[in-house]
Write a protein that binds this ligand. Sequence first.
Ligand code: SAM
Length: 249
Amino acid sequence: QYRSRSAFKLLEINDRHRRFLRAPDVRAVVDLGAAPGGWSQVVAGFMGWQGETRANVRTMQRSKQDDGHWGLDLDAPSQHWGDSAGDADVETGGRGVVIAVDRLRVAPMPGVHTLQADFLAPETAPMVEAIIRAKANPDGKADVILSDMAANATGNRIHDTQDSLDICHAVWGFTSKHLRTATSIGRKSGGVLLLKHFEHPELQQFREIYLNPNFHHVLYIKPDSSRAASREGYWLCSGFKGVIGTGNE
Ligand code: SAM
């Protein structure tokens, strides 16, 4: 079983949108707000990491197929994994690393480096970068950044929506410096950001200032598997261009 219901949202988003998580050049994925670890499980499975993770991906696909909701062809067997140069043999492990960051503990799983830390603390980003350098990409760049972070609801609506916008700003700050661009060494295209957000009066402005100009495509997504009443939505941003002045242009 997956560790969270959120895992289905990520599977759905990936299925519908070019399967961005399955690209063979995805070697470093940063999963922000990862606990209990459903998204990390999904991604590590796509990267060919075995154990609990891959078995679970298969189970999930069967059930999707049974209820007729999702396509059949999601998880091809191992020949699809390990098909780019330098990939580890699928029998001995996957390629690259998922870095799972959360204030809460994420129990270990294959292919996932867990980092129990507050993402908003200034020391966290350099730690994430160091792990990418050591385990996947020597230039310290992430291929994909996922954020499912949600601040703890206090019940005060103004406070809570503000927290959610603050999280978007913090994730954008990290992305602008650490997401790969098309000119990053050995890459042909810019990286992908998937960012959860909650309704806020300034969200549209946030998108227009930070996301639209800096990615080739920005898509608003409300997954079917996200409860209709929930005020959450996601932006899937692909083809990161890099931002002048950040050292990542
Ligand atoms: N995607 C996860 C999964 O599939 O298991 C579920 C994520 S849950 C909806 C949101 C998470 O964001 C919580 O575990 C919470 O602790 C984390 N979070 C919120 N603010 C955070 C912060 N500043 N730093 C680190 N984690 C944070």
